[in-house]
Write a protein that binds this ligand. Structure first.
Ligand code: SF4
Length: 383
């Protein structure tokens, strides 16, 4: 397929027809969010599937829908409960935005999910491609999607060079995505906008995959530039390499009578609104730091360090186990604490693991819980 110029109707129709026919025979038809017109469940699946594989999403999706079966129940739930259901899926801003958007749908749209792409796009956490996917699957609208999978397919098919995250390249891809939409005037197959959209998703997930695409089984191979020129391995152009800065932090496992201190993170920033182990800078004095929580501690042992990669930096985490020597009964009240603090709670490790916690904290807690030698923690004085 040509990389430049406009796409003729015949190319668009052939592209769509091949994809739709392939999807009907080889695509996925029984995912839990398929075969419904319920915009809420389609929206939920689209958000969960951003950055997360289908296999991981399915159990979360089912549990989430059991807890919050509709927009109203999600909008009226406390954010904490929503975060608990999301815990482990990562990219937690998705859950916060989902909650915020549900409240906005109830407040501004009478609890009815809007149908128009332009209005859907105004909801928190919903970009152009996600809005289009919801509009297609829930309302049968004719709209183009361009998620990571589709960017990969189009870059390869049309031999489009350049990292798809760059504005110019992305604009070129959007142009192609729009131009390729089935025109919908000739035959029923060309009007199947849902089949077409699902086909792009399925092809990107199962055939035109990142590494070693299965071109031999691809319905687009006869027209694909990357297949013709043997360039599937180099397209799409990878993100320009940049060295991420590294930060370091100490995560504190303060243990009192088997329970661990958890602190709520602020609602913005990394791990926003999640429960976490208190985090301390590398050069801070741990005993003085813990006085802020009203507890006296004794450092016990350092656990194995781990690294967590965020979009803009890498965090090297040094977990430190502390024995709490004394903990006044009212130690978490603001009067005792030396400065206004975020909410804190004490939890048994197994209960902490059920809370809305970020994945590196989960790893630390699991590592702690799996220690073969139970910690010898002497009795604590409650004063
Ligand atoms: S022929 Fe290969 S590279 Fe081209 S779209 Fe199909 S799977 Fe992707």
């Amino acid at each position: 397929m040509s990389a430049g110029g406009d796409i003729s109707d015949s190319i668009a129709n052939s592209f769509a027809t091949r994809l739709i026919r392939w999807q009907r025979e080889h695509g996925r038809h029984h995912l839990p969010w398929q075969n419904t017109r319920d915009a809420y469940s389609i929206w939920l699946s689209e958000i969960m599937l951003q950055q997360t594989q289908v296999g991981t999403v399915i159990p979360y999706y089912r549990r989430f829908l059991q807890c919050f079966p509709d927009i109203q129940s999600l909008a009226s739930a406390p954010l904490d409960e929503v975060m608990v259901q999301w815990s482990g899926l990562g990219y937690y801003s998705r859950a916060r935005n989902l909650h915020k958007a549900a409240q906005r749908i109830v407040g501004e749209h009478g609890g009815i999910f809007p149908e128009e792409v332009a209005i859907i796009r105004q909801l928190p956490g919903i970009g152009r491609s996600t809005a289009a996917a919801i509009a297609v699957f829930a309302f049968g609208k004719r709209a183009a999607i361009l998620d990571g999978n589709v960017k990969r397919i189009l870059s390869r098919c049309f031999g489009i060079e350049g990292y798809p995250g760059e504005k110019q390249v992305e604009a070129q891809l959007w142009q192609k995505a729009e131009a390729l939409l089935p025109k919908g005037d000739e035959s029923p197959i060309e009007r199947d906008i849902e089949g077409y959209t699902q086909a792009l998703m399925d092809l990107g997930a199962t055939i035109c995959i990142r590494a070693r695409p299965m071109c031999g089984s691809c319905p687009l191979r006869l027209e694909c530039v990357a297949f013709r020129d043997n360039r599937a391995g180099s397209l799409p152009t990878p993100r320009p390499r940049k060295i991420l800065p590294e930060r370091e932090a100490v995560l504190l496992l303060a243990v009192a009578q088997g329970k661990i201190l958890l602190e709520k993170r602020p609602s913005t920033g990394i791990w926003g609104a999640l429960w976490s182990l208190p985090e301390m800078g590398m050069n801070e004095n741990v005993i003085e730091y813990c006085l802020r929580f009203g507890i006296n501690v004794r450092p016990m042992s350092q656990m194995e360090a781990l690294t967590h990669t965020f979009t803009h930096f890498r965090l090297r985490i040094y977990p430190l186990i502390l024995q709490v020597i004394s903990r006044p009964p009212d130690h978490l009240t603001p009067e005792v604490l030396s400065q206004p603090r975020r909410p804190c709670v004490w939890r048994m490790p197994e209960d902490a693991l059920k809370a809305a916690i970020p994945s590196p904290v989960r790893k630390v807690l699991l590592q702690y819980a799996s220690q073969t030698e139970p910690l010898e923690i002497p009795a604590m004085t409650d004063n």
